[in-house]
Design a protein around this ligand. Structure first.
Ligand SMILES: N[C@@H](CCC(=O)N[C@@H](CS)C(=O)NCC(=O)O)C(=O)O
Length: 118
């Protein structure tokens, strides 16, 4: 039996759990933008301690685990590119989606709202 890592090991699908999960690649400029956006926003909202913010760099995983996780991400979300962002287990999309939500002032709401609102 091998030790294949599955992407779902990295975040709970419990919508009550306040978590932002970003699948990224360390060299990807879109990922850098998304990570910076969330770090800034969580800081501005004073939620740095309250919300778990996780980043998994696919290109820094051992062996070909990153590719396997990327395949699974595609199966689950229909999205192949990174960043691939989830809030409370809900698929949000890539950097352009994140920046759109930020512009429309919907991102803070999505981060803060209770599960019933989503
Ligand atoms: N429109 C996408 C662009 C993302 C994108 O093109 N990411 C590149 C890496 S910089 C990618 O995932 N390429 C395919 C791959 O790395 O497998 C977004 O806004 O997130």
């Amino acid at each position: 039996m091998n030790n294949v890592i599955h992407f779902f090991q990295f975040f709970p699908f419990d919508k009550q759990t306040k978590q932002v999960m970003i699948f990224a690649k360390s060299y990807c400029p879109y990922c850098k933008s998304t990570k910076a956006t969330f770090r800034k926003l969580l800081g501005e909202l004073g939620l740095g301690d309250e919300i778990s913010f996780k980043v998994l760099e696919l290109d820094e995983q051992p062996e070909n685990d990153g590719s396997l996780i990327q395949n699974e991400l595609y199966e689950v979300s229909g999205q192949w590119t990174v960043p691939n962002v989830f809030i409370r287990g809900m698929h949000i999309g890539g950097n352009s989606d994140v920046q759109d939500l930020l512009r429309k002032e919907e991102l803070p709401v999505m981060i803060q709202s209770q599960s019933a609102d989503l």
